[in-house]
Design a binder for this molecule. Structure first.
Ligand SMILES: [Zn+2]
Length: 395
């Protein structure tokens, strides 16, 4: 897994934004509270969102660079008062590149019972044998250096720590592992709460099984797969929540018509823009001609949206409307990132493209998919893949 030091600052800021959005998509938000940070690749501190924003509201313009003592080195907006959580963990744990703090309701409920966490499901093996540590000094805000040091000390070399009456903190040697640790600890707590509400659990992984499952189920490629899923989920939610991104004003439509000499076909969630009286050159690629379902989303529609947004950027630039162009550009970048993530899934273990359809059709050099390809079932890294002809394969 690439170390943060290998990435440039822009990449790290983008990762920090994605970490926020992934946590939002995973349901880890508590209105505008909770935060995630990523260590700065130049050793200046860490990148963290400004306060007052929910996880899913964060974009690059809302990121702050904080020094380890909380000094704001870059960005605008107020810092979260609990910055010592991050600064002191980064100080004490040179292996950590990502710190997550959430107000997980399940973590609080489980911690209130004063019972050990048990590995009742896959997630639990990451936080048991030994039991997940608990920071007992306060259930209040960790807003001083002293409390930050105390929390970092309690965390020790663990991947997460419960903060009774407050939430949890989770860390990772990458953004993927940090975010996944927070999401999986929350899930482990939820499973145990459900079991304890129904009765008294009598079965959980012992130390040997937990160790083996950590290797088998939560090895780095599979943690990365989980993270990539959360990234895609967040991107898709963001695009879906922004119909205004492709809503064009009458004057914009007129401009597109005049400047492209193309017709605009309204699609359920986008526009097909192509020359009039010309047969669609890519019937497989156009929802107006055929539609196939990939990865749970309509790729052709996303591609049409991206082309429309490109036209809108050109139009805004032609009129000298830089802010409008930038706004379209940001939406376009997010949409294109989603398209890339759907078009080019790669096996995180081998780095080879994933054969989503089971027929090699979309792989580089693969045969062109014929029109009318039926629905292809979703491929999930490391899971069974159902191919269009019903055969199964696994990797
Ligand atoms: Zn907090």
């Amino acid at each position: 897994m690439a170390l943060i030091e290998d990435r440039d600052v822009d990449d790290v800021v983008r990762l920090a934004v994605e970490a926020n959005q992934a946590l939002g998509a995973a349901g880890q938000g508590d209105l505008v509270w909770g935060h995630v940070s990523v260590r700065d690749p130049r050793g200046r501190g860490f990148w963290m969102k400004a306060s007052g924003l929910g996880f899913e509201e964060v974009d690059a313009s809302r990121m702050l660079l904080l020094g380890l003592d909380g000094e704001v080195l870059s960005g605008t907006g107020s810092r979260h008062i609990e910055f010592p959580i991050h600064g002191e963990i980064y100080r004490m744990r040179p292996d950590v590149e990502c710190v997550v703090h959430t107000h997980s309701a399940a973590a609080n409920a489980l911690a209130s019972l004063g019972v050990p966490l048990r590995a009742l499901s896959h997630e639990g093996v990451l936080f048991t044998h030994p039991d997940v540590p608990r920071f007992l000094r306060t259930g209040g805000l960790v807003k001083t250096k002293d409390l930050g040091v105390g929390l970092a000390t309690t965390l020790g070399d663990a991947r997460a720590c419960l903060m009774p009456r407050h939430g949890l903190v989770a860390v990772g040697e990458s953004v993927a592992t940090g975010v996944m640790a927070a999401v999986l600890l929350d899930k482990a707590c939820r499973v145990q709460l459900a079991a304890m509400a129904a009765g008294e659990p009598i079965s959980w992984s012992d130390e040997a099984e937990a160790a083996s499952k950590r290797d088998e189920i939560w090895n780095p490629p599979l943690l990365e797969s989980g993270w990539q899923y959360l990234r895609r989920k967040a991107l898709a939610a963001e695009v879906a929540a922004e119909p205004a991104a492709i809503e064009t004003s009458p004057s914009e439509l007129e401009w597109i018509g005049e400047n492209s000499g193309r017709i605009r076909t309204s699609l359920p969630n986008g526009y097909c823009v192509r020359p009039p009286d010309e047969a669609c050159p890519k019937p497989d690629d156009c929802l107006a001609c055929s539609h196939f379902f990939t990865g749970g989303r309509f790729l052709p529609v996303h591609r049409q949206q991206a082309r429309t947004i490109d036209l809108l950027i050109a139009r805004a630039e032609a009129e000298g409307l830089a802010a409008v162009a930038n706004s379209h550009r940001r939406r376009g970048e997010r949409l294109k990132a989603l398209i890339r993530s759907l078009e080019e899934p790669t096996c995180t273990a081998t780095k080879h493209p994933v054969d989503r359809f089971g027929d090699g059709s979309h792989l580089p050099g693969g045969a062109l998919r014929s029109a009318g390809v039926k629905a292809a079932r979703r491929t999930v890294d490391g899971q069974q893949v159902s191919t269009p002809n019903g055969a199964s394969s696994s990797r």
